[in-house]
Ligand binder design. Structure first.
Ligand code: TYD
Ligand code: MG
Length: 510
């Protein structure tokens, strides 16, 4: 039988060529040809015989209800990781963990593998008939490096199967068996290659083909496959997002270099919600879970009431570090289903250069421009000639529009040099008219604020049923219907701190 010809398929227009060329003649796209395995060779693919048949087998349709075949989820015991995955890993699923180099992906996954396969002790072996097994395949580091890390993390005693490999054929041959491990970590997918393809490891076709082979095996053998993927300079996982479509779950591990904590965020999840985050802190013994992120993000602030001071903070606030600070407001935010309190800091200074500077860290610069415009147009507050620096303390990135009111409070407080009282949390969306709009999850936000010792909240007006639903009575609620009301609260007619800077002309429009 003649050897099937290699074929190159344009990824833009699906034109097929017998040879590789740099440019697709059919659609003109550059560098879009990718070698694909001929049909007949596709493992598990459609064979010639099947295609030639007149009619296929008719499908046995079923109803939506019925016994679910999904085996129970596999929990690592690392609660932050389990929650982001929607309550643990689903056997037979593929998970992609992306992130910048050095952020801690290998550390997290080695810890997860060790947590899945805990050291077998004399007593516990009897309790659990079949302990879970985990394998860690590294294509980037040497065995000794991984061992050294395991020692540092204090997990060296765990029976994790460790291998240094990058040939997918070898990996598949070792894992395609009845007693395959329950969790397989491949670090990283960019180092894996299939020897049937000519292209170098890390190229789109290699990454895609290697991932496809391993995902197929994971589904067949029912193990959890975790692929580590590097984020390219453009901010996408190399293998331009093709991987994201192939896996069941995409997690991003992010964090600021200067900060100790890391955030694991679900971007896609076929088995759970995608708005969950897991918060970790990088310590000298690996990643430590942060079960109460609010305390971490508020570290360094004067405590409201009995508010626990939490983790030692490195975040110096905009004003003085003790007592009342102007230019700072605490935002009662939501990260997924979890409420988080975050400090928003603003600094307003007369512009030295002609064009005022706007520097924003952790928030959307366009939204800041919108809020300053609303402050000017609807509240008569002149902000324009000042440099504005806005910072979300701790390095977290806020995406919720509910942070508008907190940002406005920090800004107005900085402008008027009037501190927002330390025991107040703020949330609400600001419309272009200056109206403060209600946002979701009011109850959770209030509860979290009350839990951390805050006494009052400035929030949008709750109407109708929502108002009755607000039962968190441990905290006083002050409704702010229009941004002007917030300005009035923070801009008393005569500032106790003396004259305001010249550029900060305050005039409350009646
Ligand atoms: P690593 O997991 O190798 O990152 P990635 O796989 O995402 O490239 O983590 C690298 C960083 O983590 C490295 O700069 C050192 C730091 N680290 C600690 O601070 N403490 C630890 O216990 C470990 C293992 C790493
Ligand atoms: Mg690594």
């Amino acid at each position: 039988m003649a050897r099937p010809q290699a074929r190159f398929v344009c990824q833009q227009c699906a034109a097929v060529y017998p040879k590789w060329t740099g440019r697709c003649d059919s659609c003109g796209a550059w560098n879009s040809l990718i070698e694909e395995l001929p049909r007949e060779e596709l493992p598990g693919g459609i064979s010639k015989r099947t295609r030639d048949r007149r009619g296929g087998r008719s499908l046995g349709f079923v109803g939506l209800t019925g016994p679910s075949m999904l085996p129970p989820r596999r929990q690592t015991g690392i609660a932050e990781l389990d929650r982001v995955c929607g309550g643990g890993f689903v056997p037979g699923s593929a998970i992609l963990v992306g992130g910048d180099p050095g952020i801690g992906k290998s550390t997290l996954l080695l810890q997860a593998a060790a947590a899945i396969a805990p050291p077998i002790e004399e007593g516990s072996a009897k309790l659990k008939a079949q302990p879970a097994t985990a394998a860690y395949i590294t294509g980037e580091e040497a065995i000794d490096q991984v061992r050294l890390r395991a020692e540092r993390l204090g997990v060296a005693a765990s029976p994790v199967l460790l291998a240094a490999a990058s040939n997918v054929r070898d990996i598949i041959a070792s894992l395609d068996r009845e007693d395959a491990p329950d969790l397989v970590v491949v670090d990283s997918i960019q180092t894996m290659y299939l020897d049937t393809l000519d292209s170098a490891p890390g190229t789109v076709s290699q990454v895609r083909a290697a991932a496809q082979e391993m995902i197929r095996l994971a589904k067949r053998r029912g193990f959890v496959l975790v692929l580590v993927g590097h984020v390219t300079k453009e901010g996408v996982i190399a293998g331009p997002r093709v991987l994201e479509h192939m896996v069941d779950t995409v997690l991003y591990f992010e964090g600021e270099r200067g900060h100790q904590f890391r955030i694991l965020r679900a971007v896609k999840n076929r088995f759970g919600a995608t708005d969950e985050i897991g918060v970790f802190e990088m310590s000298d013994r690996g990643l430590v879970e942060v079960p109460n992120p609010s305390a971490l993000f508020l570290a360094g602030r004067p405590a409201p009431g009995q508010h626990e001071s939490g983790v030692a903070g490195e975040n110096e606030s905009a004003g003085s570090s003790g007592g009342q600070i102007s230019g700072s407001a605490v935002f009662a935010g939501m990260e997924g289903t979890r409420p988080v309190l975050i400090e928003v800091q603003a600094l307003v200074a007369p512009a030295v250069l002609g064009t005022p500077r706007r520097a924003v860290v952790g928030w959307d610069g366009t939204r800041l421009a919108m809020i300053t415009a609303v402050l000017e147009a609807r509240c008569g507050l002149s902000v324009g000639a000042n440099d504005i620096y806005l910072n979300v303390a701790g390095g977290l990135r806020i995406v919720e529009p509910a942070a508008d009111l907190a940002v406005a409070a920090a800004l107005v407080s900085a402008l008027t040099e009037t501190p927002v009282p330390a025991d107040i949390v703020v949330f609400g969306e600001i419309a272009l008219s200056g109206d403060v709009r209600p946002v979701g999850h009011t109850e959770s936000r209030l509860k979290e604020a009350a839990k951390l010792g805050f006494a009052e909240t400035w929030m949008p007006i709750q109407r109708g049923k929502r108002r009755e639903a607000t039962i968190a009575r441990e905290i006083e609620t002050t409704s702010i219907g229009h941004l002007r009301e917030l300005v009035e609260r923070l801009a008393p007619k005569r500032s106790p701190l003396g004259p305001l800077p010249r550029q900060c002309r305050i005039g409350v429009v009646s």
